[in-house]
Design a protein around this ligand. Structure first.
Ligand SMILES: Nc1nc2c(ncn2[C@@H]2O[C@H](COP(=O)(O)OP(=O)(O)O)[C@@H](O)[C@H]2O)c(=O)[nH]1
Ligand SMILES: [Mg+2]
Length: 304
């Protein structure tokens, strides 16, 4: 279903923490493009970020808690427009790409759009560590969740109202992009990725590649338990079967050479049967999970 989205239907959401070097440019560019609903949610910047944002005509609020995740969750409650476009205040993303970001929503093919930075980025926009980390996390995510995303940690995103009003964000920091992506798949919404430009940062980064990278990696795995326990059971079952197989081959081999390992044979049986059970339960859970998200999608569409 095609949707008519005009700039008045959109709120540009910019979480900031000490972005005095970039924030002015970001707001100005959006204004030039006709986007005037701009909300800056600030994490108690100690520089001139809030002043500049007000000067340029954005609405500025101070987040009540800490971290980008908490700021985004709080802003989602304050906003009521048809579409939210989330963007960094550091000038790394191009406001001019906003029409590209809105395209899948206008065409009605996605509720959540991710700007993919990885095809078209300026030299020096990513450090080598960030680029490798990004590729690993995306590969891990695709493997665990079975969803084809290539830049799940991107900070340039667009959401429909149904989406941003129904996602539950519990993580407070830079796990927010992961949680947004997981919540989207878990609730049966559709994701689209569009290629965007990505530039070198103005000002100092807030994200710490090791500390935050670790937390993001943990979140990718942890959130799977919350939304797809089946995958965990497959993993456990696979491990049991593998151990059972190795021990079993050994027991049978020895038996042919007239040595019998009674106790080990019992262990083999337990491992194999246990493994099969994990997988069987996982299969049922997986089926339930899939039908539930399908049902949620149908119910939502019926309510429109
Ligand atoms: N409100 C708020 N914004 C934050 C916080 N930490 C980072 N940000 C903003 O979130 C955006 C993304 O952070 P950034 O440091 O650019 O991380 P990166 O783009 O993932 O490397 C930037 O606009 C930051 O200023 C925070 O604790 N509170
Ligand atoms: Mg950034």
């Amino acid at each position: 279903m095609e949707r008519n989205i005009t700039p008045e239907d959109v709120t540009i959401l910019i979480p900031t923490k000490n972005e005095e070097e970039g924030i002015g440019w970001v707001i100005e560019e959006f204004k030039k493009l006709g986007y005037n609903n701009i909300l800056v949610i600030d994490g108690h910047s100690t520089d001139r970020t809030r002043e500049i944002a007000k000067e340029k005509g954005a609405k500025v609020v101070l987040q009540t808690g800490k971290g980008k995740g908490q700021a985004v969750a709080e802003a989602f409650k304050l906003i009521d427009s048809e579409v939210v476009v989330l963007i960094d205040g550091d000038g790394t993303y191009d406001p001019k790409d906003v029409e590209k970001m809105l395209e899948p929503i206008r065409r009605g093919i996605a509720e959540h759009v991710i700007g993919n930075r990885l095809e078209n980025f300026e030299d020096g926009a990513f450090t080598r560590l960030n680029l490798i980390g990004n590729k690993i996390f995306n590969a891990l995510f695709r493997f665990l969740y079975g969803v084809p995303v290539y830049d799940m940690l991107s900070g340039y995103r667009a959401f429909t109202k149904e989406l941003y009003k129904s996602v539950e964000l519990k993580k407070h920091g830079f796990e927010v992009e992961t949680e947004l992506t997981v919540e989207t798949v878990a609730k049966g919404f559709r994701i689209a990725e569009v290629p965007i430009n990505y530039y070198k940062r103005k000002g100092k980064a807030n994200l710490h590649p090791i500390k935050d990278g670790w937390r993001i990696g943990k979140a990718i795995i942890e959130l799977l338990v919350r939304y797809n326990p089946a995958k965990y059971l497959y993993f456990l079952g696979g491990l049991f079967l593998l151990l059972g197989l190795i021990t079993g081959v050994y027991v049978v081999y020895e038996w042919f050479h007239h040595v019998s390992h009674d106790l080990l044979a019992i262990v083999v049986a337990i491992l194999v049967l246990g493994g099969v059970q994990f997988i069987a339960v996982g299969f049922v859970l997986g089926y339930m999970f899939k039908s539930m998200s399908e049902m949620k999608r149908i119910i939502r569409e019926g309510m429109k």
